[in-house]
Design a protein around this ligand. Structure first.
Ligand SMILES: Cc1cc2nc3c(=O)[nH]c(=O)nc-3n(C[C@H](O)[C@H](O)[C@H](O)COP(=O)(O)OP(=O)(O)OC[C@H]3O[C@@H](n4cnc5c(N)ncnc54)[C@H](O)[C@@H]3O)c2cc1C
Length: 351
């Protein structure tokens, strides 16, 4: 019998599988897609994630391919009002890499442990029988395991089958994304955020040499920018909605939730993938140690903090009227204090 079944081969499921496999735990990982996703949602990777992924070799591989942000520059319209420097110590680096490349490095690390992702395997149901789980993948495929990890994203089948509520709300409206190539964009190594009239926002994030991700709360990310961006190649446009939700529990007996299956929030702060990687690394270490008691409490508390922090930041960035004025005045004031700016960066990247 396999010890652990991981459902979902996004960054969370891959991290769980890698961290179990490198400790010699028998693990199988399944995904309903027919192969690795070519799409990238997350870009920003924190030093904490790199540290967690270092023993498997995935961390150094990600770090050597990723771009390294120099600064985060916030603008009111087109005017810069706050520059947060990065790279001033080993906890203040943000790496940028398209999510599909991060996943590719995790898949390589998994292969080094002799495990491959089993694609075209959608979990349809599972049943708990005493101390083991029988997972059903349709077409008469049933697999037995001691533990089941639901790393199957925000619409988690594992969570639904366990009857675990996903409490929270959906934010109104659609956000837009454009992935572009631009040789002339001036902020080659900086994250650039733009606060626009009416509480709207736009950001430009470097992903690779001359490649950028533009995101906005307005329907057309490129048109939303208050400055001109010369686009040499428009690789992809897309849109997404934002949910702010957390599972009411992360564990039901031998079934565990991690990553977006357990929590979702806005991309402000760029924490979702990093949080999922941390959940998965924690859970794998506990399974290997045979000490699972603390997983739910520990990770639910961290998840709650990240969701609140991300929502607080989003509300400030999207504030209007007097609240916006206060927030922008405070931002301008921060420019004069290096120690305050360093503290904010550490806070943004903690965990
Ligand atoms: C625009 C945008 C920008 C973002 N930027 C950042 C960022 O900069 N930094 C950051 O940390 N986060 C960011 N995020 C969030 C990040 O993308 C997610 O938090 C992350 O992808 C979650 O990983 P996951 O593995 O938990 O879930 P997912 O990536 O959703 O993976 C779930 C996997 O499960 C599979 N699956 C689903 N159902 C089944 C089933 N029944 N059977 C088998 N397989 C199944 C799916 O095919 C999928 O491969 C961003 C999100 C968005 C939308």
């Amino acid at each position: 019998m396999t010890q652990v079944l991981v459902i979902g081969a996004g960054p969370t499921g891959l991290t769980a599988a890698v961290e179990l496999a490198r400790r010699g735990i028998a693990v199988r990982i399944f995904d309903k897609r027919d192969g690795p996703s070519p799409l990238s949602r997350a870009v920003g990777i924190t030093p904490a994630s790199i540290d967690l992924l270092t023993p498997s070799g995935a961390g150094p591989a990600i770090r050597s391919e990723a771009v390294r942000f120099d600064a985060m520059v916030m603008h009111q319209g087109a005017d810069p009002i706050l520059t947060l420097p990065l790279n001033f110590d080993d906890r203040s680096t943000v790496y940028g890499l398209p999510q599909d490349r991060t996943e590719a490095h995790l898949i390589d690390a998994l292969a080094r442990c002799g495990v491959t992702v089993e694609y075209n395997r959608p979990l349809t149901n599972y049943h708990v029988h005493g101390d083991h789980i029988l997972a059903d993948f349709g077409q008469h495929i049933h697999i037995e395991a001691r533990y089941l990890i639901g790393a199957d994203g925000s619409h988690s089948r594992v969570r639904a089958t366990a009857g675990i509520h996903f409490d929270g709300h959906d934010l109104p409206g659609h956000w837009s994304i454009a992935d572009v190539m631009s040789k002339t964009w001036p902020h080659k190594d900086s994250f650039a955020g733009y606060m626009l009239p009416g509480g709207e926002v736009a950001v430009v994030v470097p992903m690779a040499s001359d490649r950028y991700r533009v995101i906005s709360s307005l329907p057309d990310a490129l048109k939303a920018l208050p400055v001109t961006m010369e686009v040499d190649d428009l690789r992809r446009t897309s849109e997404f909605t934002i949910q702010v939700r957390q599972a009411e529990r992360y564990r039901k007996g031998s079934v565990f939730l991690a990553g977006d299956a357990a929590h979702v929030h806005s991309p402000v702060g760029g924490r979702g993938m990093n949080l999922g990687i941390a959940d998965a690394a924690d859970l794998a270490a506990r399974i290997a140690a045979g000490d699972l008691e603390g997983y739910e409490d520990t990770r639910m508390e961290v998840g709650e903090q990240v969701i609140h922090g991300s929502e607080r930041a989003r509300r400030m960035i999207q504030s209007t009227g007097a609240a916006k004025l206060v927030f922008q005045t405070a931002m301008r004031g921060l420019n004069h204090s290096e120690s305050a700016k360093h503290a904010i960066v550490h806070q943004l990247l903690s965990g």
